[in-house]
Design a protein around this ligand. Sequence first.
Ligand SMILES: NC(=O)c1ccc[n+]([C@@H]2O[C@H](COP(=O)([O-])OP(=O)(O)OC[C@H]3O[C@@H](n4cnc5c(N)ncnc54)[C@H](OP(=O)(O)O)[C@@H]3O)[C@@H](O)[C@H]2O)c1
Length: 259
Amino acid sequence: MKEYILITGASSGIGYEMAKQLAAKQQPLLLLARSEEKLQSIQQEIKKLYKVEVDYLLFDLSEPNAAQEIYNQVKEKQYNVTGLINNAGFGDYGNFTEMSLKNDEAMIAVNITALIGLTKVFGADMIANGKGRVMNVASLVSFLPFPYYTIYSATKCFVLAFSETLAAEWEGTGVMVKALCPGTVETPFHTPAMRKTNAMYANTPMSADVVAKAGADLFLNGKGIKVVGTLNTILSFLPRITPRTIMMKIKKNLASSKT
Ligand SMILES: NC(=O)c1ccc[n+]([C@@H]2O[C@H](COP(=O)([O-])OP(=O)(O)OC[C@H]3O[C@@H](n4cnc5c(N)ncnc54)[C@H](OP(=O)(O)O)[C@@H]3O)[C@@H](O)[C@H]2O)c1
């Protein structure tokens, strides 16, 4: 039976690039996002380029019960999902009280609730089969939560903590849990306001294909946590040697708007 990798958020950015990297290694794929036209054209592109099985599912991960419904559909269509990449996510930037609560809640639903749910339902099958891989896309801000990205940063802190603890819990089961932690990446993730921050000017974003290569390598062959890029790796260690109050001042300056 063919073994599929389910990639959420595969219609754009890092997810799309990871889909291509994994397809190039002849991995059958199940892509998930909300944008049908994009997924259809990515499916055609990947099939043509790599002659590998690729199908897609249309789901809004902010919907309640999304994970269980996705699992039910996967079972109905008889896909054997042995790999899961929880990549879908979005952020918001601004003053905490001025950003909509509805959007905060949707962010928590996509970045956290759906990620937990998918890991639980597909992870249970993986544990029962004694093999499988889960990779969660966290962020550099999982180590360095930024002001003005308050809810987003907190969701990514959750993703890292969840991934590390579950990896330890599942040790010896044959199921690995990993976390990819990119710094700034050039994708449609960034809103115009995010693009005006000091951090954006201070640190040139990495390209999505470079980050996706690190992600595909971690997913297929690596273990644990991968911070992408040397500078980002150094930055991820800074909180260990810098007092929290000083760290937060630096981050507040970086997250402030240039204009
Ligand atoms: N870009 C960065 O600087 C950066 C840095 C660190 C970590 N990350 C993380 O990397 C991951 C991928 O982000 P990206 O930069 O590649 O952004 P992106 O290009 O905007 O891609 C986000 C993906 O998530 C999907 N998505 C968003 N909301 C969804 C929903 N409600 N239901 C289903 N799918 C949804 C989008 O698909 P549809 O719109 O078609 O649904 C899209 O495929 C995210 O978890 C992000 O937090 C990004």
